[in-house]
Design a protein around this ligand. Structure first.
Ligand SMILES: [Zn+2]
Length: 360
């Protein structure tokens, strides 16, 4: 992965650090310098931050290893200064499985907090905890590492369970709703709830004031929308074939025609063309960019043949549309002929396809 550094592979899942991760240490130095911390205090802060990320990493493994139980692999886990993400290859289909995968991350932090609780209790009872005036002062003291870790893990659970994408709580909510209704509808309701939460979080962040919460609120609005759109698209395209979205061949272009004709047609609306020989066989495709190029070069008299490309293949009318989209992206297709029972019955154009996908 670009901009990342592989630091380990555990349980067959590679763990990457995002390039921005070392910025945390720059931040620690900055904070330490501001409060006049010495090397001992600085290292206490650094150890605390590293331990927090270890908890975050274990949280992500909670998701990844639970997903594995349902046959879903995890591509990798990436740690960045704003947290971690386990990139699952797909979301488990069944809502009950998605629910378990979403809950497994925060559950890890609950377990860590429960393990720390008795230790912190005894430390406190024996007067070993330094009662600090604020978090920064507490951070500088080694004895306070465990209590702070306890508070942080509780904080991680609360934060992650906010019922808004991309937090785990958003997935929990969606999967519970999806047990009662269609996944698209469940995602839409979860999306609306996420917006309300984001608004609340934003106002809360303004008045506290903790502006990082406002930043997270904006992030929630953007990512929850992406999640909803992608689920809606997936549902709209499911079961559809190329035949459902193909268009009739409105205008045939022949190899020996002048490119001027394509230029004129392109003026009305940008489009790609199938190019035929006089025996009505498809011989190539004409990208609208090539037509624009010909226009710029004032090459009006050239034959269409000069500008055709062989980046195309016949597609069966029964080919699934989501596979077709992937094929267009992988191979750089702009337009392909659609064949049924050996007959040319239409064309599929990338511009039209994009328009349709965006309209969902
Ligand atoms: Zn999580």
């Amino acid at each position: 992965m670009k901009g990342t550094l592989k630091i380990a592979t555990m349980f067959k899942i590679p763990v990457y650090l995002h390039w921005s991760f070392p910025l945390i240490f720059v931040y620690i130095l900055f904070i330490g310098y501001q409060i006049g911390a010495g090397p001992m205090e600085m290292s206490a802060i650094a150890v605390f931050v590293l331990t927090v990320f270890l908890c975050v990493l274990m949280h992500e493994y909670g998701h990844a290893l639970t997903a594995r139980r349902f046959g879903v692999n995890t591509r990798d886990i990436i740690l960045s200064p704003i947290g971690g993400v386990a990139r699952l290859e797909r979301i488990p289909e069944r809502p009950s499985e998605e629910l378990k995968v979403a809950l497994a991350g925060p559950a890890v932090n609950v377990v860590i907090a429960l393990l720390l609780l008795p230790i912190v209790y005894f430390l406190r009872r024996d007067g070993l905890i330094y009662e600090a005036k604020n978090e920064l002062e507490a951070l500088q003291n080694w004895n306070n590492l465990l209590p702070l870790l306890l508070i942080t893990n509780i904080g991680l659970v609360i934060f992650n369970m906010i019922p808004a994408f991309p937090m785990d709580g958003g997935r929990v909510l969606r999967s519970i709703l999806a047990m009662k209704m269609e996944r698209v509808k469940a995602t839409k309701i979860a999306f609306i709830i996420a917006q309300v939460c984001a608004l609340g979080l934003f106002i809360f962040g303004l008045y506290w004031p903790q502006y990082v919460l406002c930043f997270i609120a904006v992030f929630v609005v953007l990512t929850s929308r992406i999640e909803w759109k992608s689920v809606a698209r997936e549902a709209a395209l499911k079961g559809k074939t190329v035949k459902d979205l193909m268009q009739p061949i409105q205008q045939k272009l022949y190899l020996d025609q002048k490119i001027q004709l394509a230029i004129d047609l392109n003026k009305i609306q940008a489009r790609n063309f199938l190019v035929f020989d006089r025996e009505e066989n498809v011989r190539g495709v004409l990208f609208f960019q090539f037509v624009n190029h010909a226009q710029k070069e004032k090459d009006f008299e050239a034959e269409v043949e000069k500008y055709i490309s062989d980046t195309w293949e016949n597609l069966s009318a029964h080919y699934p549309i989501d596979n077709a989209i992937a094929l267009f992206q992988q191979k750089g297709y702009a337009i392909v002929p659609i064949i049924e029972n050996g007959q040319l019955i239409g064309q599929l154009d990338m511009i039209a396809l994009n328009k349709y996908v965006q309209s969902i």
